[in-house]
Design a protein around this ligand. Structure first.
Ligand SMILES: NC(=O)c1ccc[n+]([C@@H]2O[C@H](COP(=O)([O-])OP(=O)(O)OC[C@H]3O[C@@H](n4cnc5c(N)ncnc54)[C@H](OP(=O)(O)O)[C@@H]3O)[C@@H](O)[C@H]2O)c1
Length: 330
């Protein structure tokens, strides 16, 4: 079965990731393209060989099987709910939404309508993380700490990342990656968090975030991210016998050869990971799960909820200047 996919929003990430991935996939075709501007929708439809275009509602009301939503984060809930109620599966860009309450609503509505929702953390599908997990098992001894950093130079002033009403800010857009990576590396959920979000005076959105996440068994993750930084997209893990680090962890271009480094016994060895299209891998897994071709590789919706709960605890910790136990977030 070849799935019919609708794209909601003609975004930068859709252009760079979604369209190349779907065009090379055997599992799906672009059936409908939706934009706030009919002219833009038509141009994109022409460019990507899609005969149908219109508004976001037109996409939802069509005979598609699933939607790819790449809108500003503050609009994800609205369009996920609309898609779910129309019986369309949802691949929603990260961060899924702006609050835990909103995430719960998305997942509940998805379940009521028997559709799947995947939060689009494409990076998790890159094979380097499997390689790192294997190295952790073999080489690291007792695993103690995770250090994740992600940041880049200032976005332009009209960028969605500066818009408070659209769910802008560094936590939702950038810090979510190393936070997610720490969950992936530790294969568990944190017990408590302590965070500080620095807000931009002009735009009133968080522009840098420093987070400490306490995990079970005395493991700790340290996450730093910010706009206005020299580009870095990395993490490392540190244990009793070695340290393992990435060259590039989150935004990995499809033609980029990345590396994993093992620092042990005063020697650094490099494992080169050949280029892959991590978004295309995620996209095909999403398609295969909704057509039941493969069993769930993990519980998409529970994963989305756990991440949203953690993001909520980070907001509360910074706002109330205190350590927040995850058990507090209901
Ligand atoms: N850029 C990346 O590298 C990247 C990577 C991974 C994930 N993401 C995620 O993907 C989502 C989109 O990010 P992006 O960087 O691709 O954003 P973007 O280029 O600004 O695209 C967002 C799209 O949302 C639509 N939109 C609806 N209401 C809007 C409003 N009031 N203001 C601006 N745009 C509005 C627009 O599409 P129409 O004009 O067609 O309606 C716009 O093109 C975010 O959740 C982001 O975190 C981005």
């Amino acid at each position: 079965m070849v799935l019919k996919i609708g794209a909601i929003g003609c975004s930068d990430v859709a252009k760079r990731q979604f369209f190349p991935a779907i065009n090379s996939s055997q599992l799906a075709n672009v059936e409908y393209i939706g934009s706030r501007s009919l002219k833009k929708a038509e141009e994109w439809a022409k460019k990507y060989g899609c005969s149908k275009f219109g508004t976001y509602d037109d996409v939802i009301d069509s005979n598609i099987d699933a939607v790819y939503i790449s809108l500003p984060i503050g609009l994800h809930e609205e369009w996920t709910l609309k898609a779910a109620k129309a019986g369309k599966h949802v691949l929603c860009e990260k961060s899924s939404t702006t609050s835990y309450e909103s995430a719960k609503k998305m997942v509940k509505t998805g379940k009521e309508n028997n559709i799947r929702i995947l939060e689009g953390f494409a990076f998790r599908f890159h094979p380097q993380h499997k390689q790192i997990r294997e190295l952790i098992c073999r080489e690291i001894g007792e695993l103690h700490n995770f250090y994740g950093i992600y940041g880049f130079p200032l976005p332009l002033e009209d960028n969605i990342r500066w818009k408070k009403e659209l769910g802008g800010g560094v936590l939702n857009d950038v810090s979510c990656y190393p936070i997610y990576a720490s969950r992936l590396v530790f294969q568990s959920e944190p017990i408590s968090v302590l965070s500080h979000l620095e807000f931009d005076k002009k735009f009133d959105v968080d522009k840098s975030a420093d987070v400490i996440l306490k995990y079970p068994n005395e493991k700790t993750a340290f996450v730093s991210s910010g706009f206005n930084n020299y580009y870095q997209s990395k993490y490392s893990v540190w244990g009793s016998k070695a340290r393992i680090s990435t060259k590039r962890a989150y935004a990995v271009p499809r033609d980029y050869k990345t590396s994993v480094y093992l620092d042990k016994n005063d020697k650094i060895s490099e494992t080169i990971i050949p280029p892959v299209d991590q978004f295309a891998i995620m996209f095909d897994i999403f398609c295969n799960v909704i057509t039941n071709n493969i069993k769930n590789p993990y519980d998409f919706e529970n994963d989305l909820l756990e991440q949203a709960k953690l993001m909520e605890s980070i907001r509360i910790s910074s706002h109330e200047k205190r350590l927040v136990p995850l058990s507090e977030i209901k």
